[in-house]
Design a protein around this ligand. Structure first.
Ligand code: UD1
Ligand code: UDP
Length: 365
């Protein structure tokens, strides 16, 4: 029997890997082992609980205000013993975090094959997103199996001379997750609070936005809230203390803005489904919003998800205060512009990515 180990460590990796863990565990042909690095702690465990995934190993590396050095060194040091003990036939990593990159590097050092889930996303700008663009490009150099969410991602890998027979277009596993979370009868006290207003859902955490860009983003949002009486904001805030400090300075003490703790993924998806507009610098939310038909202003200079921009649901607005303010205002005032962006499309597959990945592994390992 072939042994598959999945390694992940942050909230978005967990949301996209837990459905795969549960699918692989159903397959008798495979033995499935789960190792979490604990790059995130509370935000990771929130997801593990929802999907009822109990890790076999938890490297538990998170430190407050951790640097890229902390994360890299601590994972590399601790994962070696796990890989040497388990000797997996393949290790699956996801996306582009430091957990992803360092786990793949450790496998390379030990000659263990790597399968990359969500492979082929690119901006070709190493500063944006930082350090994620480096992480994902590096993993593509050494991965043996590449599970690309879209044809465009596949094409990026082909352009980089990856062996086409090792690239599989499966859709994104986030759609598998999304299929199980949206509920028509969903109720929540925060949604009650916002029910007579236009609800704006906000998230922000990117490393390259910490500091001035984030101040600018929040200033623009605050201005809109002050000008439009029928707008309310819910901001489930990331646990990074650096983010919390800026949010508190720029958005704190306003009765139309609720800054709340990170939501469980079921709640977050249902909040998305009921919001008027989403403002974010997140990656995963850019994949979920198109299938819900929710317009997103992406507060970043680049995106590795051009599929959503092409579909019309996503607009890149960067981090300048003026640009965010003007575009946000336009979407509140101009119905036609808003409707152009709120059509549901789904570039990320039919929600069978996990099944496809399991089948491919059984056939090819
Ligand atoms: C990480 C990933 C980023 C991903 C994001 C998803 C890297 C370099 N960055 O960024 O690609 O988009 O996760 O959210 O891999 N913290 C807690 N509890 C938690 C999680 C975080 O307290 O459960 C705090 C800690 O103080 C920690 C800080 O947040 O030091 C930053 O966490 P870190 O994983 O380094 O960076 P993220 O910005 O979360
Ligand atoms: N999410 C969540 N609770 C929240 C905010 C986001 O469950 O309070 C989910 C969201 O649906 C998406 C993922 O977290 O699936 C995005 O994670 P994040 O923005 O932290 O990371 P990124 O996608 O930018 O790497």
């Amino acid at each position: 029997m072939k042994k598959v180990m999945l390694v992940f460590g942050t909230r978005p990796e967990a949301i996209k890997m837990c459905p795969l863990v549960n699918e692989l565990k159903k397959r008798k042909e495979l033995q499935t082992v789960v190792c979490v690095t604990g790059q995130h702690r509370e935000m990771l465990h929130q997801v593990l609980n929802i999907f009822k995934v109990v890790p076999d190993y938890d490297l538990d590396i998170m430190k407050d205000k951790q640097s890229l050095f902390d994360v890299t060194i601590n994972i590399l040091e601790k994962i070696k013993a796990v890989l040497e003990k388990e000797k997996p036939d393949i290790v699956l990593v996801h996306g582009d975090t430091t957990t992803t990159y360092v786990s793949a590097l450790a496998c390379f050092y030990l000659h263990i094959p790597v399968g990359h889930v969500e492979a082929g996303l690119r901006t070709y700008n190493l500063d944006s997103p930082y350090p994620e663009e480096f992480n994902r490009q590096s993993v593509s150099i050494l991965s043996q199996f590449n599970f690309a969410p879209t044809n465009l991602a596949k094409q990026n890998l082909i352009n980089e001379q990856k062996d086409v027979s090792k690239i599989y277009v499966t859709g994104n596993t986030v759609i598998d997750a999304l299929k199980t979370t949206i509920r028509d009868d969903y109720k929540n006290e925060y949604l009650e609070w916002a029910k007579d207003s236009r609800l704006i859902l906000l998230t922000a955490h990117r490393r390259e936005n910490l500091g001035l860009p984030m101040h600018h983003m929040f200033k623009a949002i605050r201005k809109i809230v002050d000008e439009f009486p029928d707008v309310k904001i819910i901001y489930p805030i990331h646990m990074n203390p650096l983010v919390r400090q800026i949010a508190d300075e720029e958005l704190g003490g306003n009765e139309k803005i609720k800054i709340i703790e990170p939501l469980e993924v079921i709640d977050f998806h249902n909040f998305m489904a009921r919001s008027y507009l989403i403002l974010t610098d997140s990656g995963g939310i850019q994949e979920e919003a198109p299938s819900l038909g929710k317009p997103v202003l992406v507060m970043r200079d680049t995106t590795e998800r051009p599929e959503g921009v092409k579909a019309g649901t996503l607009k890149l607005v960067g981090t300048s205060e003026d640009k965010i303010y003007n575009t946000f205002k336009l979407l509140l005032e101009n119905k036609e512009e808003y409707e152009k962006m709120s059509k549901a499309t789904n570039p990320y597959g039919d929600g069978t990515a996990c099944k496809q990945i399991a089948d491919i592994l059984i056939k090819n390992l």
